[in-house]
Design a protein around this ligand. Structure first.
Ligand SMILES: [Zn+2]
Length: 329
């Protein structure tokens, strides 16, 4: 995916501006009444070391279990204000629905569904997509023979699905749903885990609603990657206030084991665009119609570099993003 699209850029810029508006200029840190200190979401320790400071927020590493998380974190009220700020969110929403973004996502989603089909014995598996956004994945899953439904908190997405797609979506947290034990063959958490204040509890809940032998598919961010080492606090996925935690392959493995899963497949995705934003800013697209040719050349250079580096760093298993398939034990 060409992630230097103007709408993505605008989203990242506005998200960063939004975070900065919460900062007290005298301290350079987020204002105290917006935030609360939290214990380590993995082991409950209160001892930590500051890892990086980004836009006035600090990401810390737990001294006991080395889990990386945002501390302090926004209060529930502040989180709701931030997530309901349409001036920020509509750019992400619009981008997801662009035809070429949907097309790029489709091949990725079809790949994931092929893997899930291989891992699940049922011929018409029941699937729950937690944080289903505009329903792009659910729609493709439905065509691939899955009986899917989604959970989504964002009003914009829920309205879009209800008006445009024949999909079942609930505007609820997983923890609020009264699903009986062993309801689903597959649960998916695409780009969700890093947004959760209590990822362990959510994974436990996922294990509860999965059938024995059922499969969890997830993608999340990996700070033990080459780009984080090169960029430190400028690494894109240190993204306050949205990203509340980040993982490493070994930490994610431990967390999944403790919540009742064993990993059957883990893939690394190196994100060229994370480096490109800093090192190749001239490759960013320009919206003006007169720049159509220049945009085509930029896309060609960008795609070639992305393909080359993804192959290279894929070998090193140092991806910014992890895709994991785990079976309930
Ligand atoms: Zn810990």
């Amino acid at each position: 995916m060409y992630a230097s699209e103007p709408l993505w850029q605008e989203f990242y810029k506005r998200l960063s501006d939004q975070a900065r508006r919460l900062i007290d200029p005298t301290t350079g840190r987020v204002r105290e009444h917006y935030v609360q200190s939290v214990k380590c979401p993995f082991c409950a320790s209160e001892r930590f070391t500051v890892r990086v400071v980004r836009d006035g927020f600090q990401y810390v590493t737990c001294n006991e279990c080395s889990f990386a998380y945002l501390n302090p974190q926004l209060t529930q009220q502040a989180i709701e204000e931030v997530y309901n700020d349409e001036d920020v969110r509509r750019f992400f929403f619009q981008e997801l629905l662009l035809p070429h973004v949907e097309r790029d996502q489709r091949s990725e989603f079809e790949d994931r569904l092929r893997t899930l089909k291989q891992l699940v014995p049922s011929t018409s598996p029941r699937l729950l997509d937690v944080g289903c956004a505009a329903g792009n994945f659910l729609q493709i899953a439905h065509r691939a023979g899955f009986h899917g439904e989604g959970l989504e908190l964002n009003e914009m997405y829920v309205e879009y699905i209800r008006q445009n797609r024949s999909l079942t979506v609930h505007q609820r947290l997983l923890e609020e749903m009264q699903y009986p034990e062993a309801t689903f063959d597959v649960v998916t958490l695409w780009d969700i885990l890093e947004h959760l204040p209590q990822p362990v509890q959510t994974l436990q809940r996922v294990a509860h609603v999965l059938k024995p032998g059922g499969v969890l598919g997830l993608t999340t961010i990996n700070h033990a990657c080459l780009n984080e080492r090169l960029l430190k606090d400028r690494w894109r996925y240190y993204m306050p206030p949205d990203h509340l935690c980040s993982f490493t392959p070994s930490l994610l493995t431990r967390m999944l084991q403790q919540t009742g899963f064993h990993i059957v497949k883990m893939q690394h995705h190196y994100m060229f665009e994370v480096l490109a934003d800093h090192w190749f800013p001239f490759l960013k697209l320009d919206n003006r119609p007169t720049n159509a040719l220049s945009n085509k050349v930029k896309k060609l250079i960008y795609s070639s570099l992305a393909l080359f580096t993804q192959k290279l760093f894929g070998i090193l298993k140092s991806g910014d993003l992890l895709t994991v398939y785990a079976r309930k034990t």
